[in-house]
Write a protein that binds this ligand. Structure first.
Ligand SMILES: O=C(O)c1ccccc1NCC(=O)[C@H](O)[C@H](O)COP(=O)(O)O
Length: 257
């Protein structure tokens, strides 16, 4: 499944590149206001922080929410206290787009993450041109030389890479990069199985000073508390926020743990 998602994302990027050249997207990225310092804004604090995700659908859950106005939803997330907004821009299975990200960027003042299956520089440039401050790099989707190259490239554009892992070997690959933000996704991206204890088992392998992010499998405040007790600085939440009906109240509850 992960290989299929990456291949699809690359095919779609190639299609977009035939309309908007690498040079054009480079120029658009250069013309953007500098990226926000997401590393500083997500730094460990005496309370948990939340990255709130704009998520219409997913391979594991199908359609989740009919989000007609992603910017409005992101505005509610920011009002509810989210420290950053994640926008799923993959179109085939998540029903997202770069236009969603651009709309969100125009509405909120907190950092915005491009959450997609990034495997080449063009996609990183697109993220910056759309106003993203953070870009997701999934360790399982990239060999180490490509991961190192893309990590450097994201940094060279002034953005922050969020390096996502799912096992001990991937965490050590992320640590070798010197990643400032390391995520542990409870969801196996190939089987969709969820393991909310995985973060706790891997957190001690992430060096002190690195921002530790627990991703997926948060349905209620107890799940946030579980991740916080296991050492999460930040929790990334999608489904619960788009299905609970009142994202502001849900975020306030999640942030009160
Ligand atoms: O969500 C999926 O089904 C999925 C499947 C394959 C690759 C990625 C997938 N999701 C991306 C994410 O990592 C989540 O959207 C994110 O961590 C939020 O998860 P949740 O709070 O469980 O919706």
């Amino acid at each position: 499944m992960l290989a299929e998602l990456v291949a699809g994302a690359l095919e779609d990027a190639t299609e977009r590149r035939s309309v908007r050249s690498l040079a054009a997207v480079e120029a658009a990225a250069e013309a953007k206001a500098p990226a926000l310092d997401a590393l500083a804004l997500l730094a460990p604090a005496d309370r948990v922080k939340i990255i709130a995700e704009v998520k219409r659908a997913s391979p594991s859950r199908g359609d989740l929410a009919d989000i007609a106005d992603p910017a409005e939803l992101a505005g509610l997330y920011a009002a509810g206290g989210a420290s950053a907004i994640s926008v799923l821009t993959e179109g085939r299975r998540f029903k997202g787009s770069l236009a969603d990200l651009e709309a969100v960027r125009a509405r909120v003042e907190v950092p915005v993450l491009r959450k997609d299956f990034i495997a080449e520089e063009y996609q990183v440039l697109e993220a910056r041109a759309a106003g993203a401050d953070l870009v997701l790099l999934i360790v399982a989707a990239l060999d180490q030389p490509t991961l190192v190259r893309l990590h450097e490239f994201v940094l060279s554009l002034g953005m922050t890479p969020l390096v996502e892992t799912h096992d001990a070997v991937e965490v050590s690959r992320a640590v070798d990069l010197g990643a400032g933000l390391i995520g542990v996704n409870a969801r196996d991206l190939s089987t969709f199985e969820l393991d909310s204890d995985l973060f706790g088992r891997l957190a001690e392998r992430i060096p002190t000073g690195t921002v530790k992010i627990a991703e997926s499998a948060v349905l209620n405040a107890a799940d946030v508390a579980h991740y916080r007790a296991a050492g999460a600085d930040v929790v990334l939440v999608g489904e619960a926020l788009v299905t609970n009906g009142d994202p502001v109240a849900t975020l306030k509850e999640f942030l009160s743990v």
